[in-house]
Ligand binder design. Structure first.
Ligand SMILES: Cc1cc2nc3c(=O)[nH]c(=O)nc-3n(C[C@H](O)[C@H](O)[C@H](O)COP(=O)(O)OP(=O)(O)OC[C@H]3O[C@@H](n4cnc5c(N)ncnc54)[C@H](O)[C@@H]3O)c2cc1C
Length: 467
């Protein structure tokens, strides 16, 4: 068992920035991550071999933080998963064999985000993977997801992934973006004061790489179906209709051996849900976020958040928020006086605001024709872990099921290995399409321990059952 002033879950930019700042203020802190290599998602899509044009500007600061962590002798526990936190301020970790319990005064949750997919017939076939998974394949094992690949979805992630795959020798059959070109251009110009030159320049750089290679760029289109004998062999795309979400025209079949999809990111704030934090719904990003102050304080006095957990916004925002959370922790535990850090905190809050406006401008620029469920038929699998179709879920919503919990109990949706990480947003959309009402934050499914699947022997450990 360990004890610390500050426990930080998540060793991405937010968690590392929090650990370094907290150590500078004199706090004893422990940084926990489930990967062996610190750096989070952004570093997992980058290696020393990555070409300069694909290296995000934040990488140098992230690399610097890694060496500072060693200088400050921050206790790092990597390769372990946090599977439970309780209100007696203890958290539980496992590497699959051993358990560690940590008692803390304050906790920073910086667990990042995961990718959203979209359901269509065949999205569960081998060969269909998310863009983040494709990037990690190339970087970590030099393996490409196919020789002839289609990249589809919404937002900047598909663009970078397609350019990176192309430079790795993959033939990109087409880039399929759900936002119509005119909508993207109009919204881009409308939001240009917040988008900033750097982000716009980055997007244009990737478009140029694809255009130069003659990759067809289809805007206002989406994947309608993927099929093949044992893995994906053909993908059907179609043109979406802005005014009739179910209308799909201009169908075209592509011969491929790989399909990469992404529909943006979903904040991973399940620890905050487990702890019954107060949540709010963010209409722009269509995500549920823990209510928090400018200093990253939630409504639970000992719980702070940082990075994508607090709302999707990129690595630069994550770095700033990690520093803010650490300063707040330093003040709360009496390691620094509020008046001595007010000017630094105000500068960081200002930076955070402008980065938030930038990421919202990106979000507001990509407005797809059609909805997340446009390509899903009644027979389409929505919950891939439990193999539950859209029809089963919609029948349950239309029956007497009064809450998400009822629907989950009736159908087993969100009960599988991924515990809803993949299908929960589809469920929310389906409820909205059928009832016309969005899910209120206090209606979200309850999250219970274990947060991630763990061996039974971990649960059976006497020390843990006694606590
Ligand atoms: C798949 C993917 C690809 C991306 N690609 C790019 C890109 O190419 N360029 C770009 O600019 N941005 C990219 N992003 C966004 C970028 O990663 C984030 O903006 C940035 O990393 C946010 O930092 P963070 O510290 O909030 O979270 P992260 O960097 O995600 O760090 C969170 C860390 O917490 C760990 N964690 C989560 N839950 C637990 C748990 N229960 N126990 C222990 N550890 C846990 C995670 O494994 C992760 O290491 C990508 C994001 C994703 C999800």
């Amino acid at each position: 068992m360990l004890k610390t002033d500050l426990a930080i879950v998540g060793g991405g930019p937010a968690g590392m920035a929090a650990a370094v700042t907290a150590s500078e203020l004199g706090l004893k802190c422990i940084l926990i991550d489930d990967n062996q290599r610190l750096g989070g998602q952004i570093l997992s899509t980058y290696s020393l071999k990555t070409k300069k044009k694909f290296i995000e500007p934040e990488i140098s600061e992230i690399e610097k933080l890694r060496s500072q962590l060693l200088d400050f002798k921050v206790k790092i526990i990597s390769g372990v998963e946090l599977w439970n936190v309780d209100h007696s301020r203890s958290l539980y970790l496992t590497d699959g064999n051993h358990n560690t319990k940590i008692d803390f005064n304050l906790l920073v949750v910086a667990t990042g985000a995961y990718e959203r997919a979209m359901p269509f017939d065949g999205w569960t076939l081998p060969g269909v993977i998310t863009t983040g998974a494709a990037q990690r394949l190339i970087v970590n094992s030099g393996v490409v997801p196919g020789k002839r690949v289609l990249v589809s979805g919404r937002g900047p992630m598909i663009l970078k992934c397609a350019a990176q795959l192309l430079e790795s020798g993959v033939r990109i059959e087409a880039l399929i973006e759900a936002t119509p070109l005119l909508v993207l251009l109009f919204n881009g110009i409308k939001n240009s004061n917040h988008l900033g030159v750097r982000k716009t320049g980055q997007a244009l750089k990737y478009y140029r790489i694809l255009q130069k290679a003659g990759v067809p760029l289809l805007f206002g289109h989406a994947v309608v179906e993927a099929f093949g004998k044992e893995s994906v062999e053909h993908v059907v795309t179609g043109k979406l209709d802005r005014y009739q979400p179910t209308r799909i025209t201009n169908r075209h079949t592509w011969d491929v051996d790989g399909l990469c999809i992404s529909n943006g990111l979903e904040p991973d704030n399940r620890i905050c849900r487990l702890l019954k934090c107060k949540f709010v719904y963010d209409e722009v990003t269509e995500t549920y976020l823990p209510l928090h102050s400018n200093m990253m304080q939630t409504n639970i006095p000992w719980l702070l958040i940082a990075g994508e957990t607090a709302g999707i916004g990129g690595a630069a925002k994550a770095l700033v928020e990690g520093k803010l959370a650490a300063i707040q922790a330093g003040v709360a535990l009496g390691f620094t006086e509020q008046k001595s850090i007010v000017s630094i905190a105000n500068r960081l809050i200002k930076q955070r605001r402008s980065l938030q406006l930038q990421s919202r401008a990106i979000e507001k620029s990509y407005i797809p024709a059609g909805t997340l469920m446009t390509a899903a038929h009644p027979r389409t699998i929505i919950c891939r872990c439990e193999e539950i179709s859209r029809e089963t879920i919609s029948n349950s919503i239309k029956s007497e099921a009064k809450s998400l919990r009822n629907i989950k109990m009736q159908t087993r949706v969100c009960m599988g290995l991924c515990q809803g990480r993949m299908c929960e947003s589809f469920l929310h959309k389906e409820v909205k399409e059928i009832t016309g009402k969005s899910i209120e934050p206090d209606e979200l499914l309850l999250i219970r321990p274990p947060l991630k699947s763990i061996p039974l022997k971990v649960l059976a450990d006497q020390n843990i059952l006694d606590t």
